[in-house]
Design a binder for this molecule. Structure first.
Ligand SMILES: [Zn+2]
Length: 76
């Protein structure tokens, strides 16, 4: 084995490990951020309770008083 190849292997191994760790961390962070933002926010028009429900429901029952509410849009 040539000495310059050994030197390259010793230098490259930690570098490859670092890049792999960085990629794994970036993927995990993206998945974490995408999760909770999917839920819809609802605000009860009777008792003003704010709660969340699945993103595929248009009307959701208030956990406090049971009134059906439409999803709350922050941009409106
Ligand atoms: Zn309510």
């Amino acid at each position: 084995m040539r000495p310059d190849f050994v030197l390259f292997a010793v230098m490259a191994c930690p570098l490859v490990g670092l890049v792999a760790l960085w990629l794994l961390n970036a993927m995990r962070r993206r998945r974490f951020l995408a999760g909770p933002a999917e839920d819809r926010v609802f605000r009860c028009s009777r008792c003003a309770c704010v709660y969340t429900d699945d993103p595929d429901v248009d009307l959701s029952r208030c956990p406090q008083c049971g009134l059906m509410n439409e999803s709350f849009d922050f941009r409106a």
